[in-house]
Design a protein around this ligand. Structure first.
Ligand SMILES: [Zn+2]
Length: 391
């Protein structure tokens, strides 16, 4: 046996102090990470790895069978030349993925404690997490980036319960104790959790009617001030439509003022009496551009019965900027609207006309979100609900 390249001066003649000579940076990590009580004797001499580094394996003296055997890996270009311990079922998983030449690369930390009880190592291209109930699983790539935004294992996703798996369309998925993350190149990486995940699962996951998630979960439904100011529901948008929890229906034909006029067309008959005439005009153009319902004033006395007025009120005792009902039509509240941007006035007009078309409060990122502010372009759910109602 030739003397180790990473030899420690304390082992000048390859003296088998720990079964085999342990020296240099590997000895430094051996000492820092627990020494003989943790590692026990080396089972091989220092050995060259497949990427220009060195490693050594150890037979642990730890009685916990989950600790298993340990290795220490050193490469001058990794961790500033510090060697790192990797052991137990984390090491087994790393081995399964191809050691330092696999997708994870080298360990860049020794095994560390997670915040909920468990262990993890960081690697060049990902982490491996272990807990007693979930076993060891790597998390990497854009799924790891999304997992990071959810506070890793300490967030609502918790520990991974599966490795990453391949899904149709060259996508990827991974399950966690608190949900799943799905990724494709066109839809991005999005967690799916809770009741929305259950609905999605019931529909057949990514192979079902909804396809992949295209947004994270967000607020939806009505905004309630009664319980401290929050949205009552949750929404998540998938390729073929939203899945919601507790928002109620997102559209309702009965709730609309759309009628079939004598020309056979679906029509929303409106008569503007509001001073916000340019907002009204823009809103009408936007909704008419969708092409299925014609928005116009009534043309004769027969139609006039179905016409809804657009009027202004000045009421500090109302909480709303705008309001729609079948009986009162659309009302714009000048008490608030006179002190906001023209975009917010126009948004309010588009939103209230949306209600008159049968659209109910929907999801963040849409004009029909109950507090959508100054958004002027239709969101996914605005378009989706209109299409489902009117074609
Ligand atoms: Zn509304």
């Amino acid at each position: 046996m030739s003397p180790p390249a990473n030899a420690d001066p304390s082992c000048p003649n390859n003296d088998p102090k720990y079964g085999y000579c342990v020296g240099g940076k590997i000895l430094e990590e051996y000492t820092q990470a627990g020494g003989f009580p943790f590692f026990g004797n080396a089972t091989i001499g220092e050995t060259s790895d497949a990427r220009g580094g060195r490693f050594q394996a150890f037979k642990t003296s730890d009685p916990n069978p989950n600790v298993g055997a340990n290795s220490i890996y050193w490469n001058p270009n990794i961790s500033g030349g510090h060697a790192n311990q990797v052991g137990g079922t984390i090491r087994d998983k790393w081995a399964e993925k191809g050691w330092e030449t696999g997708p994870l690369g080298y360990p860049t930390t020794r095994e560390l404690a997670t915040r909920p009880p468990g262990r993890f190592n960081r690697f060049e291209n990902g982490n491996i997490y272990w807990s007693q109930s979930t076993g060891a699983h790597p998390v990497w790539g854009l799924i790891l980036n999304k997992y990071a935004t959810r506070d890793w294992e300490n967030g609502t996703l918790g520990f991974p319960t599966s490795d990453e798996f391949t899904t149709p369309g060259n996508g990827r998925g991974q399950h966690y104790t608190g949900g799943s993350i799905y990724w494709t190149a066109t839809t991005g990486a999005h967690p799916v959790q809770g009741d929305i995940r259950q609905q999605w699962a019931n529909s057949g996951w990514e192979n079902g009617a909804y396809g992949y998630p295209v947004s994270d979960e967000g607020p939806g439904g009505n905004y309630s001030d009664a319980n401290g100011g929050s949205y009552v529901g949750r929404c998540q948008v998938f390729q073929n439509g939203p899945i919601t929890w507790n928002t109620g229906t997102l559209y309702d034909q009965v709730f609309s003022s759309v009628v079939t006029t004598s020309d056979g067309k679906k029509s929303l008959l409106l008569q503007n009496q509001s001073k916000y005439a340019s907002a009204y005009s823009s809103a009408l153009t936007k909704w008419n551009s969708k092409g299925k319902v014609v928005l116009r004033p009534s043309a004769n006395s027969t139609e006039a019965v179905y016409q809804r007025p657009v009027t202004d009120v000045n009421r500090s005792d109302y909480s709303w900027f705008g309001n729609y009902s079948k009986t009162t039509g659309i009302r714009m509240n000048t008490h608030y609207l006179d002190s906001v941007s023209t975009a917010e006035v126009e948004n309010t007009m588009i939103h209230e006309i949306g209600h008159a078309l049968g659209l109910k409060h929907s999801c963040e990122g849409n004009i029909m979100f109950s507090t959508s502010k100054d958004q002027l372009t239709f969101g996914f759910v605005d378009n989706d609900s209109y299409k489902k109602l009117w074609g």
